[in-house]
Design a binder for this molecule. Structure first.
Ligand code: DC
Length: 238
């Protein structure tokens, strides 16, 4: 069967990654989480003191990017059945999901030189097709020619609730649990929505030819079934 490119875009914490991963597994495609790539660059910036009180040390980050000091890769983890993210050879899958990174990632993702670097890497990953890629600009900027584009959304409250539950599930101590605050998570979701949709370079927007999925009231199984059915419809026509 002919392989295609599947671009899945949408707001943060709307379950895109879960759906995308599941679809990739079902149809034997490679899955790429581009948000993880922006998160890995953010982690690099945090670790290297590139976030002073105000703003970002842009020139230093640009120099690091140009010197090839930020190498991001993925390795399939047979235990979880998912790819893990690596930064300069170190597994950072858990660290990039922490609030410290979530709170700093949007301004990093707004930097044109960061987007240029990651877009180029993502396009290289999709050369052979047979890929499911999720992000914010996949159907608009990375693969505007993708055969299948999906734009996923849900209300900010529903997304914050899901994120809260996910972080609670991951918290291992009572202290970690007590530190989680729903209002703070909601604020983070809303702020990221705003920055992601209003930045100058490749803002989050729905591609004109994207299929729209509002999953506020759908179960995971319903979403997966919807996505698989759409994929089958599209490949049958090619
Ligand atoms: O999907 P996520 O929440 O892990 O994404 C992290 C951040 O990266 C989010 O603020 C949006 C940004 N991002 C982006 O600008 N473009 C992408 N293709 C993927 C993510």
């Amino acid at each position: 069967m002919k392989k295609i490119i599947i671009a899945i875009d949408g707001h943060s914490s709307c379950g895109k990654s879960t759906m995308a991963k599941q679809l990739a597994k079902e149809i034997g495609y490679v899955y790429v989480d581009t948000g993880a790539m922006y998160r890995a660059v953010t982690l690099y910036a945090l670790r290297n003191g590139l976030f002073p009180e105000e703003g970002i040390k842009e020139a230093e980050l640009k120099a690091a990017v140009e010197a090839g000091k930020i190498q991001i890769s993925f390795q399939f983890n047979p235990e979880t059945g998912r790819p893990d993210t690596y930064l300069n050879g170190e597994k950072v899958e858990d660290e990039i999901r922490q609030m410290a990174v979530s709170n700093h990632v949007s301004p990093i993702a707004a930097l044109p030189f960061v987007r240029a670097l990651l877009t180029q890497q993502q396009q290289a990953m999709g050369k052979a097709k047979g890929i499911v890629m999720d992000g914010r600009d996949i159907g608009t900027a990375v693969f505007p020619q993708a055969e299948m584009k999906v734009f996923v959304t849900a209300s900010a409250e529903v997304r914050a609730e899901r994120r809260y539950k996910e972080l609670m599930g991951k918290a291992t101590t009572e202290e970690e649990k007590a530190a989680l605050n729903f209002q703070e998570i909601l604020k983070n979701v809303q702020e990221r929505d705003y920055i992601d949709s209003h930045r100058e370079t490749a803002p989050l927007r729905q591609a004109e030819d994207a299929l729209v999925l509002d999953n506020s009231h759908l179960t995971r199984e319903e979403q997966s079934a919807w996505l698989l059915a759409k994929y089958q419809e599209i490949v049958e026509k090619i």
